[in-house]
Design a protein around this ligand. Sequence first.
Ligand code: MEV
Length: 351
Amino acid sequence: MTVSSAPGKVYLFGEHAVVYGEPAVPCAIERRARVDVEARADDHVRVRAADLSLDGFTVEYTGSTDGRPDVDVPRPLVDAAMGYVDAAVDQARDAADAPDAGFDIVVESDIPLGAGLGSSAAVVVAGIDAATRELGHELAPEELADRAFRAEYEVQDGQASRADTFCSAMGGAVRVEGDDCRAIETPSLPFVVGFDGGAGDTGELVAGVRRLREEYEFAADTVESIGDIVRRGEELLRAADPDAPPTEELLVELGRLMDFDHGLLEALGVSSRSLDAMVWAARDAGAHGAKLTGAGGGGCIVALDSTPGSRTALRFTPGCEDAFQAELATEGVRVGDAGDAKGDGPAGAAR
Ligand code: MEV
């Protein structure tokens, strides 16, 4: 049996603007998806998703997933989850030149589903890594990131960006601009995540920003200003000593930029009452800064706070379902499960 795990991510800066060619800086966080893979003697694939908020399920199939048996969870959720596992299996078979390989797969995750924390990317990255290793092949992280991107791209009908999969495979902070992805050496950042239990519709939110941008020049300027914030934030990160704890000055300045970024995203119409309430709760509790992360509309915020203050305040904030500290994950995909699936938030997998 082979086990791999891969982290989720938050956007320190730049979601939405990245769609229009501006840079973005996603950061991997110590919340992981773990995938156990065991090769089978036949070409079947059997998937068990444990600890899911959707109660877990088991599906066994041959070749394509068209003839899946009925399972005791909502069909759309199973279809979504299975799409990612299928795509990961296809990539592993292709990478190992083993088109008929069969697997028993167990997926576990402590990354909230569909909340903008890159849970599907983490499952795909860990799944491809574990399955190829199980077949005796080892992929370089860059190839793994590329294959995981192709898997997500296929499942999401061409809507995937490289940010989530690259960040999950490589770990740390990452700069993404179009297809160009590179790691940024940075000190460990004290992230706190607040989750409202919901999820926005990424497609609709992206379309809404596109319409605003087409209609109003100042909305287009707002998108460019987010790009300016990202460039400034990136400079600060690059100037910092990656081997030392972050200085107070760095945290204050990054926090200020996060606050700016959230304000601009709010102006672009992608925040929500619950996201704004969580952002303000974190700021009032002393966070250096706070912003929504991901597509918005619902889901998660990220705050910068080295104290327990923001997390505690978030847990008492109406509309916040869960809050947790999530250090920067300096390691991306890794073999084995030491230290995985830790944490105290809701569990979920595969989407
Ligand atoms: C969604 O997590 C991030 C967006 O920028 C969309 C994308 O980059 O594909 C809103």
